[in-house]
Design a protein. Structure first.
Length: 356
């Protein structure tokens, strides 16, 4: 994918903030409006029928599957991670279309809630829109069991919503019987550096790469950042440093700090250079409290400085990738990110990680 097209995709990733504010109160916020589906507090199966509570809740269920339209996500994204729980009655089934094109069939299993987890890589195209690489399902896990691994998909599946291949698309779900779902997570990833194997089921180069989001979380915990910073939304817990949830967004937000020895308040962008300075020279820009009884006051300047011998620039960037996931979905960074390892092999990175 070209850089320009990538920017376009992620610039259009999520719908308008006004729509989000209204929709996020229900589990439908991720999906296009669809009267064929309802929300409910509880759902269970009895005698091949779906029993739903009258009270709305966090479960999405189909009303009349024979006349229902597919459930389609609002977001058009490329590489992605999908997780959800689903419930099917006996003899019922459902089809999940990744990117609106590539099918995963779901079957009943004792009419109990089941768990689906998928990582997939969309096809690649050159600047002339010629396909250069097929799509691939990196991993498909149902109820904790891996059922597919590095499955190369060379064409759109029958019954798909979209009949042409592209570099982005929505999640879509077609129910063929009694069906409900909950706990849906459909979020962007970056699997650009994962190379397709020659045949489906063969290993890719994934094992030679490191996921920077995962590395960032491990580093965040191992150097003690979690001892001073909260990371949960609206957490009421006590901490000596600012809550980092929602600080590093897809588009950098404003952040008020006290700068320099004279204590002047200035507004800066919470971007990657700010993260590096916060760790290298924390006393230069002291964060100001954004909530609580002491709102408007600066935090105490007690954060230690991390030298490059203690924390490498690579590790700081990895922490940044991790912190970018601590947001509402429309502001999140990519949940898996291999893109920063183009010139770094596994051995070199492990030596860096172990050097503190």
């Amino acid at each position: 994918m070209s850089t320009q097209f990538n920017k376009f995709l992620f610039g259009c990733l999520f719908f308008l903030s006004a729509q989000i504010s209204l929709a996020q109160e229900t589990p439908f916020w991720q999906f296009q409006e669809n009267i064929s589906w309802v929300t409910t507090e509880t759902a269970s199966v009895a005698n091949k029928n779906l029993l739903l509570a009258d009270k709305p809740g966090n479960i999405i269920a189909i009303k009349d599957w024979q006349s229902a339209k597919p459930l389609v996500a609002r977001a058009y994204i490329g590489d992605a991670i999908l997780e959800m729980d689903f419930l099917l009655a006996e003899s019922s089934s459902a089809t999940v279309f990744l990117e609106g094109r590539y099918a995963i069939e779901l079957k009943d299993n004792t009419s109990e809630w089941q768990r689906l987890q998928v990582k997939y890589r969309v096809p690649r195209f050159d600047d002339a829109r010629n396909k250069t690489e097929n799509a691939m399902i990196l991993e498909l896990v149902i109820n904790g069991e891996q059922t597919s691994y590095n499955k190369i998909v060379d064409a759109v599946s029958p019954g798909a919503l979209m009949h042409w291949e592209d570099a982005a698309g929505p999640l879509a779900i077609k129910a063929n019987g009694v069906f409900a779902l909950r706990n849906v997570k459909f979020l962007p990833a970056d699997f650009s550096n994962i190379k397709l194997p020659e045949k489906s089921g063969e290993p890719s180069n994934e094992q030679t790469l490191i996921d920077f989001v995962e590395l960032g979380k491990e580093t965040f915990d191992s150097v003690g950042c979690n001892a001073c910073h909260l990371i949960e939304k609206n957490s009421a817990g006590a901490s000596t440093g600012p809550n980092l949830y929602g600080l590093f967004k897809r588009e950098p937000r404003n952040r008020q700090v006290v700068e320099g020895g004279e204590g002047h308040k200035v507004t800066i962008k919470a971007n990657r250079p700010y993260l590096h300075m916060s760790l290298r020279e924390p006393a230069e820009q002291i964060a100001i409290r954004e909530s609580g009884e002491k709102i408007g006051e600066a935090y105490l300047p007690i954060m230690p400085a991390f030298t490059k011998d203690t924390l490498s620039d690579i590790q700081i960037d990895a922490i940044g990738d991790y912190l970018a996931t601590l947001n509402e979905p429309w502001d999140q960074g990519r949940l898996s990110n291999y893109s920063r390892l183009k010139a770094i092999n596994l051995m070199i990175l492990l030596l860096i990680v172990c050097n503190y």
